[in-house]
Design a protein around this ligand. Structure first.
Ligand code: BES
Ligand code: MN
Ligand code: ZN
Length: 489
């Protein structure tokens, strides 16, 4: 999409917000027959019946711009996230009506902070415009230009608009990485894409191959990758936006490009969704690219262990024992609990960098999906300051997160019989918490750490998020991670 800030622009359609109590719309008598049913519907509604996201479209004869009305519900001021949601409703209708240019009066946007409003609207529209068509012979021929009508065209508004676009492009990159099929988005390809995402920025990307990973004593990651014809990769992204003396913030993401379960193979129904098992790593790559493009004044590093989980002849077998980088041994009692295995080595390595904190994202457990569905990303931490930092970042950017409990009881469940640790808890209770407890044993004590289980939120979130695709990767946590970097002092 293309965005502009201008006092006057000729657009095919102008967009208006209307609410229960607010600006009563005067229906045009000149609307074409095409929109008649909509007009009838709208007229039948009294002002107090209009609901949030309800859209009316009036197609006017040539020369006049068409009118799109979107309901804001109760009226009054909206939150930035409500604006983002509204863009989803608006975009879909404009696309259906084949409108390619639209304008929106900034003064009439029901939000006081106009810079914030511009950012939220730009973000929302750009996210709504995402389509995954890489593998289609004929991509849809549709693009929308949007003008924010304002007399107060100033640097601050322009900066907000640009920032909104960059953040949304980060989200869309993460979605694209997730939507790509497993046969294309292999660990090698994921590493290539991480490199590409750094082009034109100050970010440095280093990629380790299987030999280097083995040399670095990441035997837990090696074990998972052994079942596959595809080599693993360890992706390192480094961005320096602050003084060298400042401790870096650190992201870690699960980059499991296809998870069939390995020898503990998954049932076939729905297995195709396991191409999304790299969405945590994808979110980390999208967030790092965004942090670098926004030139945030922070030092940030990221690690994405990338692997397939397949049942090839050299695959991990139930009962196998592997040793992670920090020397802890792990008995593998279920090869399908592989995310924690590849993250273990990455968390060890991240700890060695002595970061200010570590935040990881992983599509780690089915139990998370059962616990929170696709509304909230569940997060785990024992550090109350980090809990507040996470909650604030998510709140600031409009994403939903929910803290989950992590206690010594969960830790106890992950003590091994033949080795230091087991990758499988003795029962299915609190499966997402025991997974978090397992990860915790690879984070050096004293480093504030948060684990985000995005299993429920990383894809198919469109039933709640109007600006996300109904089917496909959502880009969950990219905005929160960027916000964490923005808020970091
Ligand atoms: N990638 C899956 C988790 C997952 C499942 C995410 C369904 C989204 C939807 C992970 O590697 C896995 O298989 N976890 C197992 C762990 C179990 C064997 C302890 C699970 O959750 O069933
Ligand atoms: Mn698995
Ligand atoms: Zn997995």
């Amino acid at each position: 999409m293309d965005f502009q800030l201008n006092s006057k622009t000729q657009a095919q359609c102008s967009i208006h917000f209307f609410s229960k109590k607010g600006n009563k719309f005067h229906f045009c008598s000149c609307a074409s027959p095409m929109a008649k049913s909509d007009i009838q519907k709208a007229k039948a509604k009294t002002d107090d019946k209009v609901s949030f996201g309800e859209v009316f479209f009036y197609r006017l004869p040539s020369g006049d711009s068409h009118q799109l009305l979107v309901g804001t519900g109760e009226g009054g001021n909206l939150s930035a996230e409500q604006l983002r949601q509204l863009t989803g409703f608006i975009y879909k209708r404009l696309q259906a009506e084949k409108v390619t240019s639209a304008s929106l009066s900034l003064a009439a946007v029901p939000m006081k902070d106009k810079a914030h409003a511009v950012q939220a609207l730009t973000e929302g529209f750009e996210m709504s415009a995402y389509r995954f068509e890489t593998f289609k012979a004929k991509p849809m021929d549709y693009d929308l230009k949007l003008n924010f009508n304002t007399n107060a065209t100033n640097a601050k508004l322009k900066k907000s608009m640009e920032e909104g676009k960059i953040v949304a492009e980060g989200v869309n990159l993460t979605r694209w990485l997730g939507d790509c099929p497993g046969n294309f988005m292999t660990p090698t390809q994921l590493a290539e894409e991480a490199k590409k995402s750094a082009k034109g920025t100050k970010m440095k990307v280093t990629v380790w191959d299987k030999a280097r990973i083995a040399k670095e004593k990441m035997d837990s990651l090696i074990g998972v990758s052994n079942g596959s014809a595809e080599e693993p990769r360890f992706i390192i992204m480094e961005y320096k936006g602050a003084a060298a003396s400042k401790k870096p913030i650190c992201f870690v993401g699960k980059g499991l490009t296809f998870d069939c379960g390995g020898i503990s193979i998954k049932p076939s129904a729905g297995m195709e969704e396991m191409k999304f098992d790299m969405c945590g790593g994808g979110a980390v790559i999208g967030a790092m690219a965004t942090i670098a493009r926004l030139k945030l004044k922070v030092n940030a590093i990221a690690f994405v262990p990338a692997s397939e989980n397949m049942p090839g002849p050299a695959a991990n077998k139930p009962g196998d024992i592997r040793k992670a980088r920090n020397g802890k041994s792990i008995e593998i009692n279920n090869t399908d609990a592989e995310g924690r295995l590849i993250l273990a080595d990455a968390l060890c390595y991240a700890s060695e960098k002595k970061p200010a904190w570590i935040v990881d994202a992983a599509t780690l457990t089915g139990a998370m999906v059962i616990a929170l569905g696709n509304t909230h990303t569940g997060f785990y931490t024992r550090d109350n300051k980090m809990r507040d930092t996470m909650n604030k970042a998510a709140d600031d950017c409009g994403e939903w997160v929910w803290q989950m409990p992590l206690t010594d009881y969960h830790t106890k469940d992950m003590v091994g019989f033949y080795a230091d640790l087991t990758n499988l808890a003795p029962n299915r209770q609190a499966g997402s918490a025991t997974a978090a407890a397992f990860l915790e044993s690879f984070v050096e004590k004293g480093i504030p750490w948060v684990h985000c289980d995005v299993a429920g939120t990383a894809w198919h979130a469109g039933n709640r998020l109007e600006y996300a695709p109904k089917k496909g990767a959502s880009g969950a946590m990219v905005r929160t991670f960027v916000q964490l970097a923005k808020n970091h002092k």
